[in-house]
Design a protein around this ligand. Structure first.
Ligand code: NAD
Length: 495
């Protein structure tokens, strides 16, 4: 398949012909479509299939047949590895095209898509492809007359239900580990961002992934997502999205076949600046990235800044100055760091949070404006509110938009208490020069990823997921992710 550069994708978007559809073996064509608009200027860029429960049933029938007949799972691991590597190589050839699809579909800055999202997506596929023939079972220390193998078997038919904020990357986080374990995978991308998933699966088929081992059902969460969650013949669902919808998947499981559920959900992550921290350019860049990267539509967004009272004034001055590097505008332009909110409804939700925060008495330090001459897209300036207290809405709720809450503290205990005062526990970062304090704080913070003197979600080698209501049942990334996608069997052999 010919590669397309970003200009070709942007041109197709202008003509309204971009399409993402069902990829289901032998299924009925989809009779209805969802109009797909870009948040950049709210124009129509194409359409996606609006699948029904019946399409999910058809995908599961093929996925189960594939699993039972072993076309994918019983291939020699070296053979599966070659196919996964060929797929990754094809995606590398199409990297600019995939980046442009995420940019136009989600309004993400093209520079981010090219330099971060797609390289991270490719790393994920490369890493798991390489792992295929390096993961194997154990022998237990039993009596001499017994050999007991503990083996890992693929779990069966996997549903991967994805969010819209990192379309290509979240696809990779689920699909790569699920496939390498030998499962049959059914992907349900977010209805707002299905384009890159569709293209990546087309490339998977070109590389040799059997079509019934990797299928896609496009459409609405309450139809397709729910049908996946409730299906009696899906063995597990790996979900990334809001805590609210994550809860539904636990209910779907309870109401159907007790399928395994792994949830990666929301967050309200703290960033802490202690009194001994060095306020330099590196710290300012890290704090602003944690707060505003990806328009703050980021589960691990560092949306609560806890600062020692002695450091607040200087820190705020530097943060406000640093915002001048965060150019907002049309995300198709290379020098833009912030694009629009994903859609009108989400934009309006974030604007409501701006109003609530003002009415609750926080002090606006920077930003707070909307639209600012960007045409009809859904743009909100990066915004900082000071004097946010723990009882305010902004302190408690995940906004998923560019509003940073600043709260002061006077002791380490107070900082830790404030940091943990959340129903979420996905990530945290803090700044100190004191090793003893660093070790103490790192061990007391309730979060799946804690970064010291910087902001990071880790990389593909490290597990990612949340404490408390940020997650459930497992981790993405690293070898830990493979646990989601397999069952453990004991084979007890008596001589
Ligand atoms: P969402 O929960 O609205 O949707 C996620 C997926 O669930 C979509 O595919 C959607 O179609 C589907 N869905 C929606 N309603 C459904 C229903 N009733 N039944 C079944 N499926 C349904 O989330 P979103 O708005 O796409 O993404 C934003 C959220 O994702 C934020 O809360 C963010 O924190 C979270 N997130 C978490 C991580 C992580 O790794 N922890 C990563 C990225 C995003």
């Amino acid at each position: 398949m010919a590669t397309k550069n970003k200009e070709a994708i942007f041109e197709s978007a202008k003509q309204g012909v971009l399409y993402a559809g069902n990829l289901i073996v032998g299924a009925d064509p989809c009779q209805s479509a969802i109009v797909n608009t870009t948040p950049i200027d709210n124009s129509v860029i194409g359409k996606i299939d609006d699948a029904s429960e019946n399409h999910v049933n058809q995908a599961v029938t093929s996925a189960r047949a594939c699993f039972n007949n072993g076309t994918w799972k019983d291939k020699h691991p070296a053979e599966r590895k070659k196919i996964m590597q060929a797929w990754s190589n094809l995606m590398k050839e199409h990297a600019e095209e995939l980046a442009a699809l995420d940019c136009i579909d989600a309004g993400k800055p093209i520079s981010e898509c090219i330099n971060t999202d797609i390289p991270a997506t490719l790393d994920t596929f490369d890493w798991y492809a390489e792992a295929i023939d390096k993961v194997f079972g154990k022998v237990a220390p039993t009596d001499n007359n017994v050999v007991s193998w503990i083996v890992k078997e693929p779990i069966g038919v996997v549903g991967a239900v994805l969010p819209w904020n990192f379309p290509a990357q979240m696809f990779a986080w689920k699909v790569a580990p699920a496939l390498i374990m030998g499962n049959s995978v059914i992907v349900k991308p977010a209805e707002l961002t299905s384009l890159s998933a569709y293209r990546m699966i087309e490339l998977a088929y070109e590389a040799g992934v059997p079509q019934d081992a990797l299928q896609m059902v496009c459409g609405r969460g309450e139809v397709v997502g729910a049908a996946i969650g409730k299906h009696m013949d899906i063995d597990m669902v790996s979900f990334t999205g809001s805590t609210e919808v994550g809860r539904l998947f636990l209910q779907y499981s309870a109401q159907s076949n007790l399928k395994e559920i792994v949830l990666e959900c929301g967050g309200k992550s703290p960033q802490i600046v202690f009194e001994d921290a060095v306020i330099d350019e590196n710290m300012i860049n890290n704090i602003l990235s944690a707060a505003f990267w990806n328009m703050s539509e980021n589960c691990s967004c560092g949306s609560r800044l806890l600062v020692h009272s002695s450091k607040k004034q200087l820190l705020l001055e530097k943060l406000v100055a640093g915002l001048s590097d965060w150019k907002m505008g049309d995300p198709r332009q290379d020098n833009v760091a912030l694009g629009p909110m994903i859609e009108q409804a989400h934009f309006e939700k974030v604007v409501r949070y701006l109003e609530i925060t003002k009415s609750e008495g926080a002090s606006l330090v920077a930003g707070g404006n909307i639209h600012i001459g960007m045409g009809s897209g859904w743009y909100i300036e990066p915004t900082i509110f000071d004097n946010v207290t723990a009882d305010m809405t902004l302190f408690k709720e995940e906004i998923f938009g560019p509003i940073l809450a600043v709260t002061t503290f006077d002791s380490d205990d107070e900082a830790i208490r404030l940091a943990n005062d959340s129903s979420y526990g996905l990530a945290a970062s803090f700044y100190t020069q004191n090793l003893k304090r660093a070790l103490n704080v790192a061990s007391q913070i309730q979060a799946g990823t804690v970064s010291i003197n910087g902001f990071s979600e880790g990389d593909i080698t490290t597990p990612f997921g949340g404490y408390k209501q940020s997650g459930f049942g497992g981790r993405d990334n690293g070898l830990e992710a493979l646990e989601q996608y397999c069952q453990t069997k004991t084979i007890w052999t008596i001589s």
